[in-house]
Write a protein that binds this ligand. Structure first.
Ligand SMILES: [Zn+2]
Ligand SMILES: [Zn+2]
Length: 296
């Protein structure tokens, strides 16, 4: 439907690309899309227009009806896949690309699918949640490439981690003298609910604590230091992201623009829970906190 903008080229490190919003009919009926001229331009830069199989009673061209792609799933994980892409009619230039559940390329109505080239011979193809797409590319007032250096929004984090660590290891907890008190019971519940796995990437195994559990840390997605801006309490399980120590430090001390992906992931995982707790915040406001711009 549209060509990649400069911003999209930059985001994907692409030389050329195109994207479309998937319609209900494409997702549930046809399970395929007809490529428009921009999408064809991208695919033809990798595969010659004559190298596609023709159907509709045409004589076989002898070419494989499946072409190779580097697929980007909703979590930005890549894999090499093959997708059917053919001229469905005996004559004419209509080119159809078929969705395929087993490969992962199975976009739903309202999601974006995209195709692009970079230095690789194989073209890239992907699916993205429309919410994430629109926040990356269509938000006027927000540019993910303009993260400021981050302020320290939680200068009591170390003391809090000590308390949580002691609590999960079954060690005595020294009496808290934190400005913003946080319950270690709430932290323990959050850890348990996350099954002691890092919410950025569950494969991040650390070490077993004295209590025999995979060590993880608790991070308040909306910093408790902002409590006076919220009516609902922020020290609740729903506002706690369970992260391995590396991912946690990254969120505090990493480069702003590199945090966007993790924040998107955590937001998608937490937003329903925050909503249930009447913690009112938009994704844009959350990003604003992490970009060092404070609450809008
Ligand atoms: Zn933290
Ligand atoms: Zn991690």
């Amino acid at each position: 439907m549209s060509k990649f903008t400069l911003e999209m080229n930059r985001y994907f490190s692409a030389t050329v690309g195109a994207y479309s919003l998937v319609t209900d009919r494409e997702a549930t009926g046809d399970k395929s899309v007809t490529l428009d001229r921009y999408e064809k331009e991208v695919i033809f830069s990798a595969y010659h227009p004559d190298s596609f199989e023709r159907r509709g009673g045409a004589e076989s061209t002898g070419y494989d009806s499946h072409k190779e792609f580097i697929f980007h799933d909703r979590n930005h994980i890549r894999s090499k896949i093959k997708l059917a892409i053919v001229y469905p009619k005996k004559t004419g230039q209509e080119l159809r690309l078929y969705f395929s559940k087993p490969t992962g390329f199975d976009p739903q109505a309202g999601e974006y699918w995209y195709i692009f080239r970079d230095g690789d011979d194989v073209p890239h193809i992907g699916v993205m949640d429309s919410f994430v797409w629109e926040n990356i590319f269509q938000s006027k007032s927000y540019d993910p490439f303009l993260f400021k250096s981050q302020q320290n929004f939680d200068d009591e984090d170390d003391s809090y981690q000590k308390e949580v660590g002691a609590a999960i290891a079954g060690l005595p907890i020294s009496t808290s003298n934190l400005k913003y008190r946080r319950s270690s019971t709430v932290a323990k519940n959050a850890l348990k609910a996350a099954n002691y796995l890092c919410e950025a990437e569950p494969s991040h195994v650390t070490f077993s604590t004295a209590a025999g559990l995979n060590y993880q840390e608790c991070h308040h997605l909306i910093p408790v230091s902002l409590q006076n801006h919220f009516e609902a309490g922020l020290d609740v399980e729903e506002n706690i992201a369970v992260l391995c120590a590396t991912c946690h430090r990254f969120l505090h001390y990493g480069r702003g623009e590199e945090k966007f992906e993790l924040l998107t992931k955590l937001w998608l995982a937490k937003k329903d829970g925050l909503d249930r707790r009447q913690i009112k915040i938009s994704f844009k406001e959350l990003l604003s906190i992490y970009t060092g711009n404070g609450l809008l």
